[in-house]
Design a protein around this ligand. Structure first.
Ligand SMILES: [Cu+2]
Length: 477
């Protein structure tokens, strides 16, 4: 957008990256070994008690946090609250349950080998107990983390031993109503970066040399522009409450990506830039294109061409996700930092399964990441990705209002994508990790409360519903 706007974007991007959502703190002391010593003859012991006795490991008996917080490993604190709120859906509002007022909950990003110190606080005015089962851990959430009582805080600690993407989710009231709590919004991910970083990416290509077609492998550095996408279902009554009978019948009301059906499709801003008419839709389904929707307005994902893009993907729901990008081939699929596939068209994630997908978009254009199940696509699992600067009308519109005062396209051109002017949606971008390429800017987008959206603005994300109309008005558009 204009220079002032671009400057705001630049400052915003810096502020976003500088304002880490989750800080790490480090503890130096190293504790001694905790090896068990067996003093009794095992057979004599068994005989004396009249049978077998199962003995828990000492570390477990001592409790999970007491030793780990002082183990010499980096400690990453992760503090959540369990809060029930009303949030919008395609058919009105619904009774949502959240971690910290946003769906999905905040993303935790750590490095393999770190200690995670998680706390869950249930405010005094919350209607129910909640828990948290973190799949990146390798211990039972009970007895360490059963339901946390209203007005109390629970905690547990674990070592993030395995790299990859792992869900976390409310465990209900000691497992009771767990389905309701998770399917109403209480889920998120932990990204565990490999201790030695991500691998560089190889992309299969061919070239013509001396009249012959030959292999021409392209290599990309491990650093990548990163996105996160989490898939789930909503099962709702007409009144917007959880419908367990629909869940049992696998009768999906809406398929959500990062908590929202059709979360990443064009809105009125893109209509305006494309056609000069905010009400003339670009895409077949644009249910979230009113400026009044603020942070709930849908947004697009913008990437440059010829750049390493990394998607962290989790299936939080009940239905399979057949992940596919219309117009692209998935260059690499990894789980636990081990390559599962290369050059594949689609990869399947069952419930509570994850993957990291590496892609390079070669051609400028508009692509759609889908769950290639038609019921899922039509009920919300379509995510539009714009690579490069392929929309000539947008470029021309931008150029038309680009004067000395409003050189609006500069930011986009410099970034190689429209993210340079409009930013990428805040809820589709994870916290930075070991091999992260910074986004030029973020815009405020989330299935979250107004308070949470305000915190994003304070951290530098752009409220496009305010910024864009103001700029267009100033430019006389
Ligand atoms: Cu809960």
């Amino acid at each position: 957008m204009n220079r002032r706007y671009s400057t705001i974007m630049t400052v915003a991007a810096v502020a976003v990256m500088a304002g880490a959502l989750f800080g790490s703190s480090f503890t130096a002391p190293q504790i001694g070994g905790t090896a068990l010593e067996t003093k009794a003859d095992p057979l004599a012991k068994v005989a004396s008690m009249g049978g077998l006795e199962l003995v828990m490991p000492e570390a477990y008996a001592a409790g999970p946090c007491s030793d780990l917080l002082d183990s010499g490993r980096p400690v990453v604190n992760f503090d959540l609250t369990g809060v029930s709120v009303e949030l919008p859906t395609l058919s009105g509002t619904y009774s949502a349950m959240t971690f910290s007022e946003t769906i999905p909950g905040p993303t935790l990003r750590v490095t393999q080998g770190d200690v995670v110190h998680m706390t869950l606080t249930i405010p005094g005015d919350e209607v129910t107990q909640h828990g948290n089962d973190m799949h990146a851990s390798q211990m039972s959430s009970k007895p360490y983390m059963g339901a946390v009582n209203i007005g109390e805080t629970g905690e547990y600690c674990f070592v993030a031993e395995v790299p990859g993407v792992f869900k976390y989710h409310c465990s209900g009231v000691n497992v009771a109503a767990m389905d309701q709590h998770v399917l109403s919004g209480m889920y998120g991910i932990t990204i565990v970066d490999p201790l030695d970083g991500y691998k560089r990416l190889m992309v299969e290509k061919t070239a013509v040399v001396g009249g012959e077609v030959v292999k021409d492998k392209q290599f990309y550095d491990a650093d990548a522009l990163e996105f996160q996408l989490q898939y789930n279902q909503l099962y709702l009554t007409d009144a917007g409450t959880y419908d367990m009978s629909k869940m049992m019948a696998h009768s999906t009301s809406q398929t959500v990506v990062n908590g929202q059906a059709f979360s990443y499709v064009p809105n009125g801003i893109h209509n305006l830039l494309m056609f000069g008419d905010a009400n003339k839709n670009i895409f077949i389904a644009q249910p979230w294109n009113s400026m009044d929707l603020k942070q709930h307005q849908s947004q697009l994902l913008f990437v440059p061409t010829d750049e390493h893009v990394r998607f962290f993907i989790e299936n939080q729901g009940n239905e399979p996700v057949y992940w596919h990008i219309v117009g692209e081939i998935l260059d690499r699929v990894t789980q636990a930092n081990r390559v599962q596939a290369q050059g594949t068209e689609t990869w399947l994630l069952g419930g509570s399964q994850n993957m990291i997908v590496d892609v390079v978009f070669d051609e400028p254009g508009v692509y759609a990441a889908v769950n290639h199940d038609y019921a899922a696509i039509y009920s919300g699992a379509a995510t539009v990705i714009v690579a490069g600067l392929p929309l000539d009308p947008v470029n021309e519109t931008a150029a038309a209002i680009s004067t000395e005062k409003f050189p609006v396209i500069d930011g986009a051109v410099a970034a190689g994508s429209y993210a340079g002017a409009l930013g990428n949606p805040s809820d589709a971008v994870p916290p930075a990790g070991k091999n992260t390429i910074s986004h030029p800017a973020l815009n405020v987008k989330c299935m979250c409360t107004d308070d949470y959206a305000t915190s994003l603005v304070e951290n530098g994300a752009i409220p496009l519903w305010e910024a864009v109309p103001a700029i267009l008005a100033e430019a006389g558009i």
